[in-house]
Design a protein around this ligand. Structure first.
Ligand code: ATP
Length: 514
């Protein structure tokens, strides 16, 4: 078990935290952690399957319901302050906040909530009483009355050394005679972000598929990770047919990504030579100028899955649910690593931070500290149109490796974008005129794509022989570009870019003019 987790847990115990929540279902690993930190003595377990259970040998006698189990500790006479720990496993159906939509509140759950509240209060105010509640469940969202007594312990995933130990143990137990030791390094990145329990399962599955364990099993592991993402419902797995070649312009951003590719594809080696794990980039820019395209092309370039996170869908209606969702989504991304995590329209999620929205401020804090401490190979690409109201912490170094700003394409870039879209229509050898490029000043990539699409349609409807430059010029002259239709917003975005220190996606220069 990772030292940071052990220390965090110990600190929570030392500062007299009444309720400690651990969102995890790898019970064997959590038992190990509890034993390391508080020892096996005076630890009392309850779970829905066996009721009161011996923490050490997992034996149980007659089934005792949770309220009866808790009753004992609520009413316990204070005699001498012995530290006791109540480990409640898999109790989400008993302790999570109840909805009152139907107007019905389960009296048993209400009783359990009051019992936990009483234990927490006695722990805080009665010097001769020291019972700590440890809730271990895959999904916890406590009612507000309990949440104020609770701290949440983040369980990080097994470290590289722990994963290596698990592989070694697996090879030894299964007596793989021909196992090639160098395959461990190759398997390691794909096993990162999984719990010990999941790693064991993966290794078992790998073995049952071909009777042994080799680097080839990586593919099967990554496939399984993709399924995990789908099942979670918190992240969307996006197809990545785009490549860097399908982006016109943005040369500086494209060459930056190409350089990162070398690190990401050889992460183990890069890290052993002192290279830091890449955190990711923040792309701020005009609408329809290819920010999403860049996120998709990056995942294709790095040959990793692309997971899209929609901050809006993280918001839940129960206390702590939104934070729990964000934490879970990040865990899933880590489990799917190596991957690109694309956070679209990040400004919509975090622009209100610091105001009255406590939930958002807490989620933002969690996100920032995760970005700051991140050691997993989750490459984050955040995209935003409006950089005006973003909290400054997000733009500070240490969170993202770089902040790029995408402006409306210049003449050369417009030509490149036309070429990309004409090539897609198999009209790549059409010669573009200076007039067309000049007349499309103020167009974004989406406008240019629309001109090409419309021109193709016109050729078909009017049964013209083939697409020619006159058709493109005529349609372009009739198109109302983004700069005209949204003049005010575009002008104000340009101003923000000029006043901020972003790296220009085209030239690589810093945008701030003064
Ligand atoms: P928004 O901020 O509105 O989400 P965006 O910057 O993410 O926009 P994209 O979704 O990447 O823009 O692009 C919109 C459409 O325009 C895409 O279909 C894409 O093909 C085309 N496009 C935009 N910019 C470029 C570009 N630089 N090269 C090629 N195509 C582009």
């Amino acid at each position: 078990m990772n030292n940071k987790v052990i220390n965090d847990f110990r600190k929570m115990i030392d500062v007299n935290t009444p309720i400690i929540c651990i969102q995890d279902y790898d019970f064997a690993r959590i038992d190990e952690l509890i034993e390391i930190v508080v020892g096996p003595k005076n630890v009392y377990e309850w779970n829905p399957a066996t009721g009161r259970t011996d923490f050490k040998n997992k034996g149980s006698k007659e089934y005792e319901p949770l309220d009866a189990f808790l009753d004992f500790y609520v009413t316990e006479e204070p005699f001498k302050p012995i530290d006791k720990y109540l480990v409640l496993k898999d109790v989400q159906d008993y302790v999570n906040e109840q909805t009152s939509e139907t107007g019905y509140l389960d009296p048993m759950k209400t009783k359990i909530k009051s019992q936990l509240q009483l234990i927490a209060q006695r722990k805080l105010y009665d010097r001769s009483y020291s019972t700590t509640v440890i809730i271990v469940s895959s999904y916890i969202h406590l009612p507000q009355e309990l949440d104020k007594y609770a701290s949440y312990l983040d369980i990080s995933f097994p470290t590289d050394d722990e994963i290596k130990q698990l592989i070694d143990l697996h090879v030894k137990v299964n007596e793989y005679k021909n196992y090639n030791g160098s395959d461990t390094e190759k398997l390691l990145p794909s096993l990162k972000g999984l719990t010990c329990f999941e790693i064991d399962r993966m290794l078992d599955m790998a073995m049952s598929s071909n009777g042994t364990l080799t680097a080839e099993d990586q593919r099967m592991i990554l496939q399984h990770k993709k399924q995990m993402v789908k099942k979670s419902g918190l992240l969307e797995l996006v197809d990545t047919p785009a490549s860097l070649g399908s982006i016109g312009g943005m040369d500086a951003l494209k060459s930056y990504l190409q350089r990162k590719e070398k690190v990401i594809k050889n992460l183990g080696e890069a890290m052993s030579k002192g290279v830091a794990v890449p955190k990711g980039i923040f792309i701020v820019g005009m609408p329809g100028c290819g920010k999403s395209l860049c996120a998709k092309a990056s995942a294709a370039l790095f040959n990793t899955p692309l997971l899209k996170m929609d901050m809006g869908s993280m918001m839940g209606k129960y206390v702590g649910e939104s934070e729990g969702n964000l934490r879970r989504a990040i865990q899933i991304a880590e489990a799917a690593a190596p991957c690109v995590l694309w956070i679209d329209e990040i400004e919509k999620a975090f622009s209100g931070v610091g105001g009255n929205n406590d939930i958002m401020t807490r989620m933002f804090g969690y996100f920032l500290s995760w970005m700051q401490d991140k050691t997993s190979s989750v490459y984050v690409i955040a995209t935003a149109n409006n950089a005006d109201n973003l909290p400054p912490e997000l733009k500070r170094k240490g969170r993202f490796d770089e902040i790029f700003c995408v402006n409306l394409p210049n003449a050369e870039e417009r030509k490149a974008i036309f070429e990309v879209h004409l090539k897609k229509k198999k009209k790549g050898n059409l010669k573009l005129s200076d007039k067309l490029i000049k007349d499309t000043d103020g167009f974004n990539g989406a406008d240019i794509e629309a001109v090409v699409n419309e021109a193709m349609e016109e050729v078909f409807i009017d049964e013209k022989k083939d697409l020619n430059i006159d058709v493109l010029e005529t349609i372009a002259s009739q198109t109302i570009s983004i700069s005209k239709s949204c003049k005010k917003q575009i002008d104000s975005m340009k101003k923000v870019f000029e006043e901020s220190s972003f790296k220009d996606a085209t030239s690589g220069q810093i945008t701030k003019s003064k």
